[in-house]
Design a protein around this ligand. Structure first.
Ligand code: FAD
Ligand code: SF4
Ligand code: SF4
Length: 482
């Protein structure tokens, strides 16, 4: 029934149609269909229009969720999209890949009161897709062109979000990236069964049509120095993400049969684009016909296991040293992986890679148990003495997390101070680094995080850059007047 809200008592929560596991592992397409307009309207009408919307507090972008749900329930899709895009530069992407169970939907009061939450992410995705299909999203035409220019290092979500906001304000924007395609981890990390690549492309293309210049295959610090970039632009933003991989350190871990998650996922995404990837062709980064073990319990590990099932692996096992309840990854992704036939070896820590320098034959694991909770309720893990066993494997993928590269050294700029975790330090409550006119945002500031946080920080950093450039302009005008 169009126009009403508060219908959670009569309308059951329904997610968009999810393709069955047997079919979806035969391809790399997204596993959820889009909502049809009637479904989006019905699901939005379940919202209770809370006076204090906890969903909004749970969203890192503080999206105006109840308002755009009401408009969707009333069939006012274009207005709903405009409102959703007022706070987010990538709404249809966040709608697809945010871990909503830990953010907006997990905070929805209906969930807390036993009625099941509103499907906020799916409605947000529906509105963004509809906006593209109906031509409501056009290239940016700034109200006023400004003479100053900004160089952004990194074309991931933080860089894209900042570019969108800065171009809207009328600045000249150039994005530099060492990859050949824009999008950062949206393009080469996250698999297309979670985020199809044309969804990313239409956003990056729109920025190009808006006058944002991309300089690809350009590794700042190698191909062009950071100093040169600073001379060229009035402000710089570093949005380089975190790419130093944490590695396994057990006997045998140097074997050719042990690969790192990002190499594996990037190869798979490149193959999806039609690129020839020698390590995929040779089988090194291809799971077809193999017993595959993925080590790790985060979303990257889930992406690897699910990519392996689609590549036609003989068996896929995830090895994680804690239990399911203590996994850092999204519960939804673990569930999807289980549906697709992935086996989980919980409370198991790698002890040794079996095989030789060329090939692996298995992984020896130590069985663990959780310790008694401490005063704060935290549980550690400890070995179960003598409980070891060997799991067969032809390919082992390490998905143990990422750390920042050494940016001050890479950019030959010691003034860029870093925290003890190697992330770039910014001034309190700001995105300006300790080098004036140089800003930073996204994973390189927060550490490995989420797309929605990169978008938030990219947008906020753009606001700080605007303030800085306007102040600089005012200063130079007042100096000239004296
Ligand atoms: P990035 O996306 O990493 O982009 C940084 C860009 O900077 C890259 O394009 C890189 O090439 C470029 N760059 C780096 N150094 C240089 C240099 N010196 N010169 C030029 N260019 C440079 N988050 C979610 O919310 N949901 C998910 O489902 C999800 N899945 C993930 C799956 C995987 C496999 C991984 C690894 C991460 C996932 N994340 C997910 C996290 C999310 O992708 C990141 O938090 C987000 O992409 C960070 O954005 P960013 O713009 O800071 O960095
Ligand atoms: Fe939820 Fe993410 Fe959208 Fe915020 S951006 S409303 S957390 S899906
Ligand atoms: Fe609607 Fe849930 Fe947000 Fe309340 S918390 S406004 S019911 S989406």
């Amino acid at each position: 029934m169009t126009g009403e809200t508060n219908r959670f008592v009569v309308e059951v929560r329904r997610t968009p149609q999810k393709h069955d596991a047997k079919t979806r592992i035969t391809n790399f397409s997204e596993i959820y269909a889009d909502f049809k307009p009637t479904q989006a309207t019905t699901q939005s009408s379940r919202c209770a229009q809370c006076g204090v919307p906890f969903c909004q507090s749970g969203c890192p972008l503080q999206n105006n969720i109840p308002d755009w749900l009401r408009m969707t329930a009333e069939g006012r899709y274009e207005e709903a999209y405009l409102l959703s895009s007022a706070t987010s530069t990538l709404p249809e992407i966040c709608g697809r890949i945010c871990p909503q169970d830990r953010l907006c939907e997990g905070s929805c009061v209906l969930e807390q009161s036993g009625w099941e939450n509103v499907t906020i992410g799916s409605v947000e995705r529906f509105l963004g897709d509809m906006a593209f299909e109906n031509g409501w999203i056009e290239p940016i035409v700034p109200v006023q062109e400004r003479g100053q220019s900004i160089g952004i290092i990194g074309a991931g979500p933080a860089g894209i979000a900042a570019a969108d906001r800065l171009r809207t304000l009328g600045y000249k924007v150039t994005i530099y990236d060492r990859y050949d395609r824009a999008g950062g981890l949206l393009t080469y990390g996250i698999p297309s069964f979670k985020l199809e690549k044309d969804v990313v492309l239409r956003r990056t293309d729109r920025l190009a049509q808006s006058g944002v210049e991309y300089v690809m295959n350009c590794d700042i610090g190698n191909d062009v120095s950071f100093e040169e970039l600073r001379e060229k632009h009035d402000a710089i933003m570093i949005a380089t993400g975190v790419y130093k991989t944490r590695r396994l350190s057990v006997p045998g871990c140097g074997s050719q049969g042990v690969v790192i998650a990002l190499d594996y996922l990037t190869a798979s995404n490149r193959v999806g684009f039609g690129d020839t990837v020698p390590d995929y062709v040779s089988g090194r980064l291809n799971a077809e016909g193999k017993n595959v073990i993925v080590i790790g319990g985060g979303d990257t590990a889930m992406d690897c296991v699910r990519t392996a099932t689609r590549q036609g692996a003989k068996s896929v096992t995830c090895v994680y040293r804690r239990d399911r309840a203590n996994m850092p990854g999204s519960d939804r992704e673990v569930y999807n992986a289980e549906e697709e036939g992935v086996k989980f070896e919980w409370l198991s820590a790698p002890m040794a890679v079996l095989g030789d320098a060329e090939t692996v034959t298995g992984l020896k694991v130590q069985r663990m148990r959780l310790t008694t909770p401490d005063a704060q309720g935290r549980q550690g893990i400890e070995d179960i003495a003598g409980a070891e066993n060997d799991l067969p494997a032809d390919l082992i993928i390490e998905a143990l997390g990422f750390e920042p590269e050494n940016i001050p050294v890479m950019f030959n700029e010691p003034g860029l101070e870093v925290t003890k975790w190697g992330t770039i330090k910014t001034l309190a409550g700001e995105f300006q680094t300790l080098v004036p006119g140089v800003f930073a945002a996204g994973d390189i500031v927060r550490g490995a995080s989420l797309v929605v946080w990169a978008v938030r920080e990219g947008q906020d950093a753009a606001a700080d850059i605007h303030h800085y450039l306007q102040t600089q302009l005012a200063l130079s005008l007042s100096e000239a007047a004296q």
